[in-house]
Design a protein around this ligand. Structure first.
Ligand SMILES: C[S@@+](CC[C@H](N)C(=O)[O-])C[C@H]1O[C@@H](n2cnc3c(N)ncnc32)[C@H](O)[C@@H]1O
Ligand code: SF4
Length: 377
């Protein structure tokens, strides 16, 4: 790998959950404590091996799966190995993903004393019926208790909500959002349910035992939710993400700005200039890679110039601020309108706006961003 000096973010993948939700196709399993212990050992090996890439790291994100399910011993092991190779004076944000049931005073004390600054919590809903339908193990009361604990602790909180189940309406979804507003949550992610292969929902869908809301209905709910959050002064800074000013996710912005990051852990991806690396997706291969210190295990791809520019457009357009055309020129030495001539017609059709050297999707069209992007690239 080259360009070590410009890697700005570190992602660490914890592929374990206590329970598998019906909608989720992320890389995760339910595993024994022994299995998880071994994984964390190898993770620390990888952190040590890659330390030369962490010199300019500004953000750390431990995601999954559910990192909060790790035992205290395993978390400490990871935190200690990070401290050995990273200068925490340079870290502006350190996020960990958590399941509501794992958020205890002890857990919070542990992560805060180890420099974690931000929690991303899978709330999903406050309705017990909906939580059960999603296959979640927490209920509304657990969430109330969690917020009582969080209220006393100085940490930034982001919460995820899902919408798009057959019975969802704006009225029910509004209740979920209002709960978060009452708890003064500064960062909110709203995810439209996507029906993924190899999930329980997909199996049920194929046997006519599960239905999602129609695209039109979901679109209406989303637009109303956007209006509600806008009125409460949340910035819709990315398709699914809303935050008060000063609370945007710096780490996730690295992805949407098409900046460099390094991923650690089984199946984690790294993005270094034109190069894309993915760690082995099988635990056995991941361990072998670290034992043999061999690069042959990486899934490796080198993007050509056209692919790189397409990726830049795709990622940038997820943000409210869109593509900075001057920045595009600095990066690729090409005028974006010459590279993607369809931009002109898409702008005339009002699917995109062009203002102050920025090309962006207007908020009312965020929901159809994939359709718009496909018209350009
Ligand atoms: C991978 S999870 C990690 C957080 C943690 N494991 C939890 O669920 O509490 C990150 C988020 O992705 C979202 N997500 C996962 N699968 C999804 C799907 N099929 N459709 C929409 N959102 C999904 C959920 O909202 C979830 O909170
Ligand atoms: S949503 Fe979170 S807790 Fe549920 S299976 Fe996916 S990663 Fe695990």
């Amino acid at each position: 790998m080259n360009n070590t000096d410009i890697i700005k973010g570190l992602y660490i993948h914890i592929p374990f959950c206590n329970n598998i939700c019906k909608y989720c196709d992320f890389f995760k399993i339910v595993a024994s404590e022994k299995f998880i212990f071994k994984y964390c050992d190898y993770l620390t090996k990888e952190i040590h091996l890659k330390k030369e890439y962490f010199k300019n790291i500004r953000t750390i994100y431990i995601g999954g799966g559910t990192p909060s399910t790790l035992s205290k011993e395993n978390l400490i092991k990871i935190f200690n190995s990070l401290r050995k190779v990273i200068d925490f004076n340079n870290i502006i944000e350190f996020t960990i993903e958590a399941n509501p049931l794992d958020i205890t005073p002890t857990f919070l004390e542990l992560i805060i004393s180890n420099n974690v600054t931000r929690l991303s919590i899978g709330v999903q809903s406050f309705s017990n019926t909906k939580l059960e339908a999603l296959g979640r193990k927490h209920n509304c009361n657990d969430l109330r208790n969690m917020f009582d604990i969080l209220r006393k602790i100085p940490i930034n909180v982001s919460c995820d909500l899902i919408f798009g189940l057959e019975k969802d309406t704006f009225k029910t979804f509004k209740k979920d959002i209002k709960f978060l507003l009452n708890y003064k949550v500064k960062h909110i992610s709203l995810y439209a349910l996507s029906l993924e292969e190899k999930t329980i929902f997909m199996k049920e869908f194929k046997t006519n035992n599960f239905k999602t809301l129609s695209g039109d209905e979901s679109f209406k709910i989303f637009n109303k939710a956007c209006r509600l959050l806008r009125n409460k002064k949340y910035v819709h800074y990315e398709i699914s993400n809303f935050a008060k000013k000063g609370y945007f996710s710096n780490h996730n912005l690295l992805y949407w700005n098409n900046d460099n990051y390094i991923g650690i852990g089984c199946a984690a991806s790294s993005h270094l200039g034109k190069l894309r690396y993915t760690n082995p997706k099988k635990f056995k291969d991941y361990y072998e890679m670290l034992e043999l210190k061999s690069k042959k295990y990486y899934e490796f791809e080198e993007l050509d110039l056209t692919e790189s520019m397409k990726e830049e457009v795709m990622l940038n357009l997820r943000k409210q601020s869109g593509i900075d055309t001057l920045n595009f020129f600095d990066k690729y030495h090409k005028n974006i309108f010459d590279v993607f001539p369809n931009l002109n017609s898409v702008i005339s059709n009002k699917l995109l706006k062009y203002k102050d050297n920025h090309i962006f999707i207007p908020e009312s069209k965020f929901y159809i961003s994939n359709y718009i992007i496909n018209k350009i690239i």
